[in-house]
Design a protein around this ligand. Structure first.
Ligand SMILES: Cc1cc2nc3c(=O)[nH]c(=O)nc-3n(C[C@H](O)[C@H](O)[C@H](O)COP(=O)(O)OP(=O)(O)OC[C@H]3O[C@@H](n4cnc5c(N)ncnc54)[C@H](O)[C@@H]3O)c2cc1C
Length: 574
């Protein structure tokens, strides 16, 4: 076991982790990342980052706050959304000053485009709020932040995978990580740990999420007795490439592309007369499934079309170059001539590790912080997205709350001393790895993962029922049994991806379980969680956040009130 001591360790080198790291320059800080930093999923973000700059038309942070709350079906904590939308403006200018090559207006200002659910004057019509660099906005953000980190001398441990957290008596002392190149275990002792490990879309079969998005940093604190918040809310993005799930950004519809059913109709005009194809994602995904169920899929099949043809070659080449290239490469279709087959794809986890507005992880419904433990980005739940996130709001969230967490950590570590945690901290992980490597009989990890992803897609995606969720939970229990007997083939020490995929499947199984159990528990429909057996929103009983705890004989649910400041819940119409 190799030991390290740092003031703070950040786990994850996506936008949230790197933005926090830039606040900690001057302290003894490490970033531990299982991927080489610029490979983080933030780099795949396409369409834009929302901020009410008002560069092309009137806009205000208050309008952005309202849209975020309404888009989240009123499960958003309004104080947090207010902070996010106010601070979005300065975080975007900060990126501009660090050299991010945003697209420009003819006057040289940052260009902005339309995106789903973003409106002017509290819902009157679409507004241009998404700042963008073609359809490579996340790539530019990640490169810009990585440069800042290198400039400030942040210490990187690339291709190190966290496998455990050291938490004792309500305090975090550090973590255990596996060095992928050597197979060696490392203990990092630290005054503060920030989880910034991203999402877990890989619990589903059809997803826009990269292979590495297995939710390690969400599953580990749950295993260590901490709660997860609002796990029942998982967003499906309307426009994934059919069967592959690869994302075609909402920027496409922001620039004017439209959804078409098998009868050639722009069906969204019927469901959302004001915003049409730019209604929020939860609603569009649901309406797409309804069109398909009622026989109006393309040729009666289970997909619809996204039509770019009327946009013209120039707009497509300038504003949407990457996604139209994906269509050419993966489907062999030229989107300037033919409509593109699409279906909803699992995209974003609204739930995750609960935190307060400074990124401190909390352990209960009274918001008691876990000393020394922070979370930011997609792995965290602040909650600014409530039951459904608006497009462009994740890039805002990772930067605003990455920055806030970094600032809080900087203050805390200056005032505190490093405390030694328990003896022999890596023993549990070492035993798990030894056990996996020792098994010579058993079925493959890949078969169990495929079965999990199929089950989640079939029974816990856009439409849910109590019966389906109950049977999904039973399937997950069976798969967990099978997982305990699964074997891997590679017994080597260097780059043993077989071993890591097995450990990641363990995380996926836990997160699928937390998702399905929370979905079964919430007997209403809100945002991305749609129960056919409880089709209405039920504010009297369910205007509250779920906290799910893992207990020896099952789960415990507790509830946290939603913070409501200015906007009383209303029916959502678009
Ligand atoms: C295709 C696509 C397009 C998107 N487009 C947009 C968009 O236009 N606008 C928008 O607002 N949002 C968009 N999103 C969502 C947004 O990109 C993500 O939610 C956000 O970037 C997540 O950032 P993050 O910093 O939390 O995590 P990530 O960027 O996912 O980074 C996670 C980091 O954690 C590390 N990590 C994970 N597990 C471990 C472990 N066990 N040990 C060590 N390190 C670990 C990884 O190495 C990685 O560095 C998009 C998402 C996708 C998938």
């Amino acid at each position: 076991m190799i030991e390290h001591r740092f003031d703070a360790v950040i786990v994850g080198a996506g936008g949230a982790g790197l933005r926090a790291a830039t606040e900690l320059a001057g302290l003894h800080v490490a970033v531990v990342s299982k991927l080489y930093p610029p490979r983080s999923h933030t780099g795949a973000a396409q369409g834009g980052i929302g901020a009410a700059l008002g560069n092309l038309e009137e806009d205000h942070p208050e309008w952005h706050t309202f849209d975020t709350i309404k888009g989240g079906d009123y499960l958003v904590d309004q104080d947090a959304a207010d902070l996010m939308c106010q601070e979005a403006v300065e975080t975007v200018y900060e990126l501009e000053h660090w050299g991010l090559p945003f697209d420009r207006t003819p006057d040289g200002l940052i260009a902005q485009r339309r995106f789903g659910g973003h409106t002017r004057n509290f819902g009157e019509g679409p507004v241009r709020r998404a700042c963008h660099a073609a359809d490579r906005t996340g790539h530019m953000i990640l490169q810009t932040l990585y440069q800042q980190c290198l400039k400030h001398g942040v210490h990187f441990f690339d291709e190190f995978q966290m496998l455990d957290l050291l938490i004792e008596d309500g305090r975090c002392h550090g973590l255990v990580a596996y060095e992928i190149d050597t197979g060696e275990l490392h203990t990092f002792h630290a005054k503060a740990v920030l989880l910034a490990t991203g999402g877990f879309g890989r619990i589903f079969k059809v997803t826009s999420n990269a292979h590495a998005l297995t939710g390690d940093g969400v599953a580990i604190p749950w295993r260590r007795g901490l709660p997860l918040e609002d796990m029942e809310f998982f967003q499906f993005h309307p426009t994934g490439i059919y069967k592959l799930g690869i994302l075609l950004s909402e920027a496409a519809r922001g620039e004017g592309a439209v959804l078409i059913n098998g009868k050639g109709e722009r069906f969204m005009e019927r469901y959302a007369p004001t915003l049409k194809d730019l209604a929020p994602r939860d609603m569009i995904s649901r309406f797409m499934h309804m069109e398909i169920r009622e026989g109006r899929g393309i040729e009666g099949k289970d997909y619809l079309h996204l039509d770019f043809r009327h946009l013209g070659k120039d707009i497509i080449a300038q504003k949407l170059p990457d996604i139209t290239e994906f269509v050419r490469v993966y489907l062999g279709i030229d989107p300037t001539r033919e409509p593109v087959p699409i279906q909803p794809t699992a995209h974003y986890a609204m739930g995750g590790v609960p935190t307060n507005n400074d990124g401190q992880v909390i352990m209960d419904e009274r918001n008691t912080p876990v000393a020394g433990l922070y979370a930011a980005g997609e792995c965290a739940c602040v909650s600014v997205h409530g039951a459904n996130r608006l497009g462009t709001n994740s890039l805002v969230d990772i930067l605003v709350f990455g920055r806030r967490a970094g600032r809080h950590i900087a203050r805390t570590v200056r005032e505190s001393d490093l405390v030694a945690g328990r003896a022999n901290p890596g023993s549990a992980v070492a035993a798990e790895i030894r056990d996996l490597l020792a098994r010579t009989e058993g079925e493959s990890v890949a078969a169990i993962r495929a079965a999990l992803q199929e089950e989640m897609m079939a029974r816990a995606s856009v439409f849910r029922t109590g019966g389906d969720l109950t049977s999904a939970l039973e399937t997950i229990q069976t798969l967990k049994e099978r997982y305990r007997r699964a074997k891997i083939d590679d017994r080597g020490r260097r780059f043993n991806t077989d071993l890591l995929e097995a450990l990641e499947l363990g995380f996926l199984l836990d997160l699928a379980e937390a998702t399905v159990a929370s979905a079964l528990n919430r007997t209403e429909s809100r945002g991305a969680h749609f129960r056919e057996d409880f089709p209405n929103r039920d504010d009297a009983n369910w205007l509250k956040h779920t906290l799910i705890y893992r207990r020896r004989d099952g789960y415990e649910f507790r509830y946290k009130p939603v913070v409501i400041t200015r906007f009383q819940p209303k029916e959502r119409k678009y």
